[in-house]
Structures are given as C-alpha cells and as structure tokens.
Design a protein around this ligand. Sequence first.
Ligand code: IMP
Ligand code: MG
Length: 180
Amino acid sequence: MNGREIARMDSITPLFTEEQIAERVSALAAEISADYAGCEKLHIICVLKGSTLFTSDLLRRITVPTELHFVRICSYAGTQSTGVLRIQYSDVPDLRDQHALIVEDIIDTGRTLHLLTVLYKEKAPASLRVCTLLDKPSRRVVQLTPEYIGFTIPDRFVIGYGMDYDEAYRGLPYIGELHS
Ligand code: IMP
Ligand code: MG
C-alpha cells in the first residue's frame, strides 16, 4: 500500500508506472503537435477532476499555441440505474471556427464524452477531437472512438494519476487497479 493513502485498506495492483505514463504522454503530445502544426490556437478542454494531471503533463509537451479550459460534469442518479449527466461548471468559450480537443482521463460507458461532443459540435468548431489517457472499450454503452488514446485497458477499476475512488488516490503518480 502506498503511504499517501494510509487511511484506506484497499489493495492496488500497479498497471502503469510513472515512466510508462510519461513516455506515452510525450508520444501523444508529439502526435497532437504534428496533427495541429500551423494551427493558430488549440482549445484544450480538461474534464474535471480526473484529467487534471494528464492535461497538465500533456499541455506542457504540446508545441502549438493552446488555451486551457475546464468543464465539470456531475451525474445525478435518478430512479433508473443510469444517472443523468449535467454540466456543473464550464469556462469553455464560443468555439465557432476554432480547433478544440477534449482531454479525458478514462472513457468507460462513453456517456460523458457523448454529452460533451454533442454539446460542442453545436458550437460549430473548425474541428473537435477527443484525447483520453485510458480507454475501456468493452464497457461502451454509447459508441464513441477517441482520436487519441494513451492505453486501452480491460474492464478494471483504476485509480491514480488524477483518477479517484471516492475522491481518494488522485495524487498517486502511477496508475493501479483497485481491489477494495
Ligand atoms: P463514462 O461517462 O462512463 O465514459 O465515464 C466517465 C467518468 O467515469 C470518467 O471520466 C471517470 O471520471 C469515471 N471512471 C470511469 N471508469 C473509471 C475507473 O476505472 N476509475 C476511476 N474513474 C472512472
Ligand atoms: Mg473523467
């Protein structure tokens, strides 16, 4: 168990080390920088809170000019098992004729990204793409294929590098599978 989470009794199996994450983030940033070469400005939309660490590392390595924005989605569990998603906070500007890249920590059912892509496409951006650090395609409910994927993983619950379990573990520098 990591000393930062001494209050918890969960066990964690490491999946990706700090070095593996850094290497993959650099490769993604290089790919994004090449794809948007010559672009006047790329709007980076960080989906709070999980993708903050990923976004900050990615942003530092992207070489085209960027503007950083945040959006926070919250889910209200209704009478159905699927919660209703709502935007709780956003500083995303008018994206008309602008290039935008949504940055997520992990895509699971695809519902969050589906909501965001539908919403932002209405703003008529010049382009809209999705970059996710992790993808769990076997869990997909809404079809969605991100343009940039860090790692594809099986159906496991993961924590660390921004991702949480009940708000814990976001500060872990590596990504692990949580067995509670
Ligand atoms: P989706 O809308 O089902 O695609 O998932 C949206 C959000 O659920 C992700 O952005 C994460 O914040 C959270 N999530 C999904 N799977 C995991 C996981 O394995 N660990 C931590 N958070 C997760
Ligand atoms: Mg997320």
